[in-house]
Design a protein around this ligand. Structure first.
Ligand code: UTP
Length: 418
């Protein structure tokens, strides 16, 4: 133990972690030291140090070339195009080459629901429905239509994995074949205070936060699921969020368009409401596909229109993505960039006192799924109707809330459920 203790202290010294050194040397018991040493073994302190350095350095000014990305508009397809996309997409689904991943590792901070977001319930014209139930119903509908059972993968986080699994168990997977459901946990990264010290929590362990939905690629591989998909002859994988109650999880048209355009990745978009809407839009950045945040899009570009009077940068990302297995394999071996969020986090100071904070004091590091798109020359973008495919639950009230999403869900189902 003494050797391990000394080695850990050396490692911490090399990475400027003086607060943890103090805690381990003067405050923690032997057992507490054993626990934190075990945890440190699983953390790459050097890369955490680099993340901190990047977060605090002034970013290099880059000459970025932002260009419009071509898209296919679902509502402008000819009957012939529509039917040909539909039949090639259906072929894939019917032959069992299609799977679905739900990203459910988020914290749902804005909604403020206790428990995983998928366990949140809305009250619809078709009765009360949990968000996970809405997803299962959509899968079951497709299964009946195409006479298959689509494998369903759920990405959870360290924080919500157990609760998610017990919830689905208790609800008997809402009737889904549980053998076709697999869970995998996303990764985590320590939070770091502005002074560079890693946050140590009340429980005397390093505070690690989920590392964003971009974790999906590496986490799938780490869990052995990419390999399993290959063995099961899965070729196309749809990936969506947990909180859009109109998300079209199984859509042969999206598959057909992607096949026809010869891409390995595609996404759906809806039209940006106005130049000021605070959303990320698809574009080409320095020649490759990218979702650009509203904060990064120059105002004048946000206002630009094409010959038809449509916004040039008006294709909103709705977290509705399709990947070929080859794209997932490639992305699992790539380190995506991390984005930094500034958050409040209480911490143990060097003397072991827990400090409550009222203002943000720590960096949280997250990668985003869409940053993976830029590792490909092209992707397909399929524009769909907002009222038919986008009803997210993000906030407790107001825009994108349970109320707005439930209304959209009801309108849609009144129109299309027969
Ligand atoms: P959001 O970025 O909207 O986050 O996630 P959220 O957790 O739902 O809500 P806030 O921002 O804390 O209020 C978009 C999708 O990505 C998933 C979410 O579960 C959601 O389906 N996600 C997000 C993850 O799976 N892991 C993450 O680390 C972050």
């Amino acid at each position: 133990m003494k050797v391990e203790f000394n080695e850990t202290i050396e490692l911490l010294k090399a990475n400027n972690q003086n607060e943890i050194i103090n805690l381990m040397s003067n405050v923690f018991s032997e057992k507490e030291n054993e626990d934190i040493i075990e945890q440190i073994k699983s953390i790459n302190l050097e890369s955490v140090k680099k993340l901190y350095e990047n977060a605090t350095s002034i970013p290099e000014v880059q000459e970025n070339k932002i260009e419009h990305i071509p898209y296919t508009d679902l509502s402008s397809l000819t009957e012939e195009e529509f039917n040909s996309y539909k039949s090639s997409g259906e072929e894939i689904i019917k032959s069992g080459k299609y799977a679905v991943i739900t990203m459910a590792g988020g914290q749902g901070t804005r909604l403020g629901h206790k428990g995983p977001k998928g366990t949140f319930k809305i009250n619809t014209i078709n009765g009360e429905k949990y968000l996970f139930q809405v997803i299962v119903e959509s899968l079951q509908k497709a299964n009946n239509k195409y006479n298959v059972t689509i494998p369903w993968y759920v990405m959870t986080s360290e924080d919500n994995n157990d609760q998610t699994i017990s919830f689905l168990e208790e609800n008997n997977y809402f009737g889904y074949d549980k053998n076709k459901v697999k869970f995998f946990k996303q990764g985590k990264v320590p939070m770091v205070k502005t002074d560079g010290n890693i946050v140590v929590d009340k429980n005397k362990l390093i505070k690690e936060a989920s590392d964003g939905n971009g974790s999906i690629y590496k986490s799938l591989k780490r869990a052995g699921l990419l390999e399993q998909m290959k063995q099961d002859s899965i070729e196309w994988i749809f990936v969506g969020g947990v909180d859009n109650v109109l998300l079209r999880i199984v859509d042969p048209i999206l598959v057909g368009v992607t096949l026809k355009e010869g891409n390995l990745i595609s996404s759906k978009s809806v039209v940006k409401r106005n130049p000021k809407e605070k959303v990320g839009v698809f574009c080409k950045l320095n020649g490759v596909p990218k979702v650009i945040e509203y904060t990064e899009l120059p105002e004048q570009m946000a206002e630009e229109v094409d010959d038809n009077g449509q916004l040039k940068f008006g294709e909103v990302n709705i977290l509705s993505h399709l990947f070929n297995i080859k794209a997932l394999e490639k992305l699992a071996d790539i380190n995506l960039p991390y984005h930094t969020a500034f958050k409040k986090s209480g911490y143990l100071d060097a003397s072991g006192n827990f400090v409550e904070v009222t203002e943000p004091n720590s960096y949280k590091f997250e990668s985003f799924i869409f940053d993976g798109f830029s590792f490909f020359d092209n992707m397909s973008v399929l524009r769909v109707k907002r009222e038919e495919e986008f009803a997210p639950i993000k906030n407790a009230e107001g825009n994108d809330s349970p109320e707005t999403a439930t209304n959209l869900y009801n309108e849609f189902h009144k129109k299309y459920d027969k």
